[in-house]
Ligand binder design. Structure first.
Ligand code: SAH
Ligand code: SF4
Length: 362
């Protein structure tokens, strides 16, 4: 593997520091960023307003190679999944969700990309495809940024909403995540504002507090999936480390600091967390924090025995929740089933013996 760092890891300050070591004026850094993020070139030699010497030096020191897309599912106005092979041959996936009603942010012309933050995941939630094979490594900031650039190039869509809900636990890759967000938000970068960026976490309470102390209006979604410690513990090992009380305190802190309503994600799994006893508890937690609840019917994962409840059970849960006066939505749209289940395409692909990585879509 080429050990050169990706140019997409660097924010403006980093690039300026590099340019300075080359005895070039600082504005060269902005020129480079313009080629990368506005003109979207794929080779240093295309940076025609830089000297040949500087282009050669960039080429010697940095990688500028688009992520290799090895598989894609869905098309047009449905949800599209992209499987990428990274430079060390590990796989991650990104999911493009066209106009995403009742999702994060307002409906209408939202084009949401679900971005991965790690290869695999160490948190081992019992229902999740991403955690099945454990954690391999953190993604670099550039690998998060590139998912956006590459999906825009492959789909022809302009993405205007980012959810860190792909593979991995974003808050366990905290520094790289913040660096990626800097590049995603910046006018010299991709230019998607913090209000259009959502981080989903399985509940790393201390990190939620740290994020609250950042001067960023990022949206927070918390994967709750159980409204009592007993239920949550069964499916989410992290609950033993940070129980519901600790998690709710951190969420309250976030909400107060940001003047923001956070979202609780709650996947419905048959006979695990879909009983009416959970409704009352869930409603209580949501009321305390004035949180919104996003109910997600479970997507079955091959090799796991958890099931999605029947439509009737889903609706009973949903109605009871609404009746208790909290703001709740349930994902019903067929094409959107896929969106909360990042990690599944990778898993299928790894299990697919006929897949040799040869159908490269690059
Ligand atoms: N690690 C973070 C973000 C990635 S998971 C987190 O856990 O929040 C994004 C969301 O998808 C989480 O709410 C997760 O619980 C949910 N999810 C995982 N597997 C799923 C499945 N099979 N069906 C539906 N939602 C799933
Ligand atoms: Fe990791 Fe999130 Fe999956 Fe849990 S739900 S294993 S934290 S990716």
């Amino acid at each position: 593997m080429d050990k050169k760092p990706s140019i997409f890891n660097l924010p403006l300050s980093g690039l300026e520091a590099w340019v300075a070591t080359r005895r070039e004026p600082l504005y060269r850094a902005k020129q480079v960023l313009q080629w990368l993020y506005q003109k979207r070139i794929t080779r240093f030699r295309e940076m025609s307003d830089l000297s040949e010497r500087l282009r050669d030096e960039l080429d010697r020191e940095f990688l500028l190679e688009p992520l290799a897309c090895v598989r894609k599912t869905g098309s047009g106005d449905t949800t599209q999944k992209f499987l990428f092979a990274l430079r060390d041959q590990s796989f991650i996936e990104s999911v493009l969700i066209p106009a995403s009603p009742a999702l994060y942010g307002s409906p209408s012309d939202r084009k949401t990309l679900c971005v991965s933050t790690q290869v695999g995941c160490a948190y081992g939630c019992k229902f999740c495809a991403s955690g099945l094979e454990g954690w391999t490594r953190n993604l670099e900031p550039g690998e998060m940024v590139e998912q956006i650039l590459r999906v825009e190039a492959l789909s022809g869509e302009k993405i205007n909403n980012i959810v860190f809900m792909g593979m991995g636990e974003p808050l366990a890759n905290y520094q790289n995540l913040l660096q990626a967000i800097e590049i995603i938000r910046a006018p010299w970068g991709i230019g998607i504002g913090a209000r259009h960026i959502t981080i989903s976490t399985s509940g790393l309470a201390p990190r939620i507090r740290e994020l609250a102390d950042q001067p960023l209006q990022i949206r927070l979604a918390v994967s709750l999936h159980g409204a009592t410690d007993a239920v949550r513990e069964k499916i989410m090992p992290i609950n033993r480390k940070f129980n519901l009380a600790a998690l709710m305190d951190a969420c309250a802190y976030y909400g107060e600091k940001k003047h923001q309503r956070i979202t609780f994600e709650y996947i419905l799994i048959e006979n695990v967390n879909d009983g009416l006893d959970q409704v009352m508890e869930l409603a209580g937690l949501a009321r305390r924090l004035e949180a919104k609840i996003n109910l997600i019917p479970y997507n079955t994962v091959e090799g796991l025995s958890w099931k999605r409840p029947s439509q009737t059970r889903q609706q009973t849960f949903y109605r009871a929740l609404r009746k208790s006066g909290v703001d709740a939505t349930i994902r019903r749209e067929k094409g959107h089933d896929i969106d909360a289940a990042c990690g599944q395409l990778r898993l299928q692909t790894m299990q697919d013996k006929n897949f040799a990585g040869s159908n490269n879509l690059r």
